[in-house]
Design a protein around this ligand. Structure first.
Ligand code: GDP
Ligand code: MG
Length: 427
C-alpha cells in the first residue's frame, strides 16, 4: 500500500510538496489526475487533480521517480501543488480514498533505510541539526551524527541477542537437556534491558526540549501579576496589564530562550468563577494549556500536594514578604529574582546539556523505543506466566527488529554467530 504525506510545512505558501511512495503509487497518481501516461523517471509535467465528483481542484506539477533510483527505493511521485492547506488536505484525502495511507513520522526515511538507501541514525541526526531550536539541540544532533544513539542501542541489542540465542538453542534440544536456570536468567536479563529502554524513552522528553522546545505556562488567580511576569520574561509589553481582574482572556504566547533551552511561554487568563462568557472561554483555554504544559509557573501558594511540574511563585515581593510556602519569591514589576525563577524553570525541565550521552530526539525513534519496550514487557509476561519459550523468542526478535530500525539490521547469521560463540555445544 503506498503512503502519502505533505513534505513541506503545513500553512499558506506559494508551493507545497506532497510525496507518494510505494509500488502502486503511479496507479493512485493516475486516478487523481485522470491520466494514463506511462511515468518517465525524473521528468516533471503539468497535470490537473480531480476530486471524486470529477471537478478539478488544482493544477500541479508532478515528477515520477521509478524504483529503485528513488529516495525510498520504491516508486515515488512528487506533487508540487499550490500551497493552500485546503488543497493539500484534499490531495491527501483523495490519495487515501484510492488506497494510500498517511505516512507515519519518518516513514519515507524508514523505508529508505529498510531498502538500504541510507544510514538511519545519520539521517535523523542531520534532520535534528536542521530543525533544532537551540544551539544545544544542534550539539545533540552532532553527537548523534557521530553514531551516539546507535552505540547505546547496539549494546542493548547485544544483550537481547544473547538471550534470544540462548532461548533458540534451548528450543532445539530435548526438554530434559534444558538449561536449569534458563527462565530465571532470561527473566532477569529482560528486566534489566527493560529498565534501560525505559530510561531512554524517559530521556526523550528532555532531549526533545532542546530540539523542539518546551511549553511553559504562567497560571494563577486574576491580578496575581501573570501578564506582568510574562512581559518581563519576554522582554516586551506583549500582554495587557491592568489592575482590573480578568483582563487576560486569550492565551498570549512567545518563543524565548531560557538558559539556551527553547521555550514557548504562555500567559493565560486567571482561573476563577466568572459569569462573563468571554472570560469563561479564556479560563477553559487556560485549563487546557495546563494539561499539556511541560512546566507551570503557578502564582499561588504551594498546596499540600504540590504538582510535579509546577513552580509555586510568590509575586509582588516589593510590597512585602510572603506568608505561606512558595518555591520562590519574585517581583514581576521590578524584576527581582526573575533570574532565579529562570534557573528553576531550566532545572524543572531537567535538560542535561553537559551530559555526554547521546539521546533519542525524534518521535519516530520514541515510537520504536516504546514498541521495543512493549515487546520486552510481553516477553517478560510469557517468561513469568505461561513459560512459552517460542513466544518469548518471538517477542525478543520483535524487540530487536524495532531497535534495528534505530540502528542497522541484525541478520539470522548474527543470531547464529552468538549461538556458536557463547555455547559449548558438545557439553
Ligand atoms: N507591586 C507590584 N505590583 C504588581 C507586580 N506584578 C504585577 N503587579 C500589578 O498587579 C496588577 C495585575 O497585574 P497583571 O499582570 O495584569 O495580573 P494578571 O491578571 O495575573 O495577568 C497590575 O496592576 C500590576 O501592575 C509586582 O511584582 N509588584
Ligand atoms: Mg493577565
Amino acid at each position: 500500500m503506498p503512503f502519502v504525506a505533505c513534505s513541506t510545512p503545513l500553512g499558506t505558501s506559494g508551493i507545497a510538496v506532497v510525496r507518494l511512495s510505494g509500488k502502486n503509487s503511479f496507479d493512485v497518481f493516475k486516478k487523481i489526475t485522470k491520466t494514463n501516461a506511462k511515468p518517465v523517471h525524473a521528468v516533471s509535467k503539468k497535470y490537473k487533480v480531480y476530486d471524486k465528483k470529477g471537478d478539478v481542484f488544482d493544477e500541479i506539477v508532478a515528477t515520477a521517480y521509478l524504483s529503485p533510483k528513488t529516495y525510498t527505493g520504491e516508486n515515488m511521485v512528487e506533487i508540487s501543488c499550490h500551497g493552500n492547506p485546503v488543497i493539500i488536505s484534499k490531495i491527501l484525502e483523495i490519495c487515501c480514498s484510492y488506497g494510500c495511507t498517511l505516512a507515519e513520522p519518518g516513514e519515507f526515511t524508514k523505508t529508505a533505510f529498510l531498502n538500504g538507501k541510507l544510514d538511519i541514525s545519520e539521517a535523523e541526526a542531520v534532520s535534528d541539526i536542521i530543525h533544532a531550536k537551540s544551539v544545544e539541540g544542534v550539539k545533540l544532533g552532532i553527537k548523534n551524527l557521530g553514531g551516539g544513539v546507535s552505540k547505546r542501542i547496539k549494546k542493548i541489542k547485544a544483550s537481547i541477542l544473547s538471550c534470544l540465542a540462548n532461548i533458540e538453542f534451548n528450543l532445539d534440544i530435548s526438554e530434559e537437556d534444558l538449561q536449569p536456570n534458563l527462565v530465571k536468567d532470561s527473566l532477569s536479563l529482560v528486566k534489566r534491558v527493560h529498565k534501560k529502554i525505559e530510561y531512554i524513552a524517559k530521556s526523550f522528553k528532555s532531549s526533545s526540549f532542546l530540539v523542539s522546545g518546551a511549553s511553559v505556562v504562567i497560571s494563577g488567580p486574576p491580578n496575581a501579576g501573570k501578564s506582568t511576569l510574562f512581559n518581563r520574561m519576554v522582554g516586551s509589553n506583549r500582554a495587557i496589564v491592568t489592575e482590573i481582574p480578568g483582563t487576560t482572556r486569550d492565551v498570549v504566547e512567545k518563543d524565548i530562550l531560557i538558559d539556551s533551552i527553547p521555550i514557548n511561554l504562555k500567559d493565560t487568563a486567571g482561573i476563577r468563577d466568572s459569569k462573563d462568557p468571554v472570560e469563561k472561554v479564556g479560563i477553559k483555554k487556560s485549563k487546557e494549556e495546563l494539561v499539556v504544559a511541560d512546566v507551570v509557573i503557578c502564582l499561588e501558594e504551594k498546596p499540600k500536594k504540590p504538582k510535579k511540574n509546577h513552580i509555586y511563585v510568590f509575586n509582588k515581593i516589593d510590597l512585602g514578604p510572603p506568608s505561606g510556602e512558595y518555591d520562590i519569591s519574585i517581583s514581576a514589576k521590578n524584576g527581582k529574582n526573575v533570574e532565579g525563577l529562570n534557573k528553576k524553570i531550566s532545572s524543572a525541565l531537567a535538560v542535561s546539556k553537559s551530559g555526554t550521552e547521546a539521546q533519542i530526539t525524534t518521535l519516530r525513534q520514541l515510537h520504536l523505543v516504546l514498541k521495543a519496550k512493549k515487546s520486552l514487557e510481553n516477553a517478560r509476561k510469557h517468561l513469568s506466566t505461561d513459560l512459552s519459550l517460542e513466544l518469548v523468542a518471538e517477542e525478543l526478535s520483535q524487540t530487536i527488529s524495532f531497535l534495528d530500525m534505530l540502528t542497522e539490521k541484525t541478520t539470522k547469521d548474527d543470531v547464529l554467530d552468538v549461538v556458536f560463540s557463547s555455547f559449548c555445544v558438545g557439553k
